[in-house]
Design a protein. Structure first.
Length: 247
């Protein structure tokens, strides 16, 4: 498997958890999120035979010194150029929050380049066409920290660590700035199926905004809710992995 990855010339910041050939699934983290945050989910997918790639965005981990693209589309283009995805067969994508938008833009690029994307799992994310009309997310240090606390999903003790915050805040700011610049018309659609997933008690993404992903596909569309909030996946790793791997 390792030799195959080298042959494909996959960038080292795509964290592969090997599975069966022909099941390649990319996992796109939330804004400010690192690939490590999705390792447990990736292992749950791989346990079901899914060949999983966890995407590492710039400004974190081993990519700390890499400049962040200024737009969601730019980030998607960078990820698309990181491997010869056509050789991995039809792709599946799973994106959480902003990661779903990155996955959507990745799919648009892939389809334009003739690379097959079978389905996009849009998790805890408002639909692309709803972003421009939403209230911008904050970008100053104080507001970012307050927003991270409100969002949850980060160990509270780490937020008292100045060294940790020095690494975290620039990554979150870069992603939030890209999110604030994002715009997409409701008429923009992809051929891949879109499966929308969310938490029933997510106070950050209104269910109506979540449901509007259905307008962005010419394929099939499904809608599934789990108990929990914005990071519902953490409480339902096996169930979500089963859902994603069985389609």
């Amino acid at each position: 498997m390792i030799d195959e990855q080298r042959q494909l010339d996959v960038k080292p910041w795509l964290k592969r958890i090997p599975g069966e050939p022909g099941t390649a699934t990319l996992v796109f983290p939330h804004a400010g999120g690192a690939a490590a945050a999705y390792r447990s989910f990736g292992l749950a997918l791989a346990a079901r035979g899914v060949d999983t790639y966890l995407v590492q965005y710039p400004q974190r981990g081993e990519r700390l010194a890499d400049p962040a693209p200024g737009t969601v589309g730019g980030l998607a283009a960078e990820i698309f150029s990181a491997a010869d995805w056509a050789r991995l067969g039809p792709l599946r994508l799973f994106g959480h929050c902003m990661g779903a938008l990155v996955g959507f833009e990745f799919t648009r690029i892939a389809e334009h380049q003739g690379v097959a994307v079978r389905e996009l799992w849009a998790s805890a994310s408002q639909a692309p066409s709803t972003v421009a009309g939403s209230r911008p997310v904050p970008t100053t240090d104080g507001e970012l920290l307050a927003d991270i606390v409100d969002l949850g999903g980060t160990d509270a003790s780490l937020l008292d660590d100045e060294d940790f915050l020095e690494l975290l805040l620039p990554a979150v700011r870069a992603d939030y700035q890209a999110f604030n610049r994002y715009s997409c018309e409701r008429t923009v659609r992809i051929n891949a199926d879109i499966h929308t997933v969310g938490g029933r008690d997510d106070h950050r993404v209104d269910l109506d905004l979540l449901r509007q992903w259905e307008f962005h596909t010419d394929g099939a569309s499904t809608f599934t809710l789990f108990d929990g909030g914005h990071f519902y996946v953490d409480d339902h790793l096996d169930e979500v992995a089963e859902l994603v791997s069985c389609t």
